[in-house]
Design a protein around this ligand. Sequence first.
Ligand code: HMG
Length: 466
Amino acid sequence: MPVGIDDLAIYVPKLYVDCNDFAKARGIDPHKLEYGIGIRKMAIVDVNQDPACMAANACLKLMEKNGLQPQDIGRMYVATESGLDESKAMNSFVIGMLEQVYGEGSFEHAGGIECKFACVSGSYALYDNANWIRAEENNGKAAVVIVSDIAKYDIGSTAEYTQGAGAVAMLIKENPRLLAFDQKVTSTIITNEYDFYRPFGKETPLVNGNYSNLLYLIQVRKAFDSYKEKALRYGLIDLKDGESITDHIDLISVHLPYGRMGEKALAYLLRHEWRNLPRWKEVIREVGIEEPTPRDPRGTIESILADTEFMKADEKFRKLFMQTALYHEAFEKKMASSLKASELIGNLYTASMYMGFRSSLEFEYKRGTDLNGKRVGFGSYGSGSSAMVFSGVIQPSYKEIVSAMNLEEEIGTRMKVSMDEYEGLHRGIGRGLFDSINHSNKEFVLIKIGGKLTKKAGLREYVYTT
Ligand code: HMG
């Protein structure tokens, strides 16, 4: 029985920072942001928005567009790294909001938890819920997995231009219309790392940027190796001489902290996969230099980063590799369309890869690609750190869902904020909950947070605006 993603819905806050304004204010070349990072507009939340109301807004859209009632849903998981409470799970806030629309107690029969592992937890949530359905514990009901986050970094840091906000809600069912997960091949890797973390009470993370980039590449590659071993062992993919497993994966969606990272991840993976194949000769001929190797190929990430001679040579090689015809063809076919949403929204942490997947569906469809039967490979990464690689096949009925996708329309009319307004929102000064910049309509917003010294400390109240 195929199980997978039947449909998905997104919510993106209406405010954004234009990256030209941002570049000017920070004294950065705008080309660096557009091409070096891959960002044009960065979504930011208004004063009356948090990850829970973004999650509820995405879920309500998913339910409305599919005519779902609470009784149709047996489980609701929210994966986030922007938790609001050390104990109370985010999905309970979401249920509270949805019950304002569907009636008090209407979700009582359901279950679910909040999941945390930086950006990768949504993938674990999908995997667990797919298995809940495969185990027939679901009583004919569907699961909803929502990924929702606000990516917020320190003002003035080099991570500031990799912010963003938004949520994706996914309907997980048997016989899905959109994508059926491949079974027995999902692969994970996990280690204890401090590439990016946010200690209790701190609003912005501590991040070791270059270390996190390299760690991401290595972890996804390791999970991919394990995926490959399983895919061959279980006969999911049959490799002929001279082929790479990536030849059998039509679309690739990876975690997108920023668009350029997706390109780097694809380059890293293809170098790894093609290095021992006959086509590598053609690559080297076009690149014009041999692929460098680190002084200590078995060294740690620190020792590799400290090997400046290698790092420089490798960067040069990577950039030349990314200009080869073979890389370019693979990038255009498998990944380019997944980066379009990221450019307009920014990092969504847990939701980034799924927004990228949605983006590739819409833009591949719009350029006339027949998606039926196409295999999608996912490379999910969460700092701290864990990677999950899995795949699925697009189902014959995909057009029912994909033909109606329209990113700009679904985001809705957006408002550009000035750098002063952005910094005010970032620092949480100058505006109260009832003084939002955008006038919300038909969505959930936050109206009250119990004061620290009151009996209702931290209690959050939301309302559906009409
Ligand atoms: P940076 O200092 O901006 O890096 O930090 P850079 O100076 O190397 O520049 C970036 C790119 O811009 C380079 O291209 C430059 O050449 C290019 P690349 O070599 O990478 O191809 N560039 C230009 N391009 C055109 N015109 C110009 C120009 N100037 C330079 N004039 C960094 C970048 C990502 C490190 C920083 O923003 C950061 O720390 N971000 C946060 C951490 C992060 O996103 N890490 C990614 C991997 S870890 C991850 O994804 C997990 C995460 O999402 C958290 C989670 O799991 O929860 C973060």
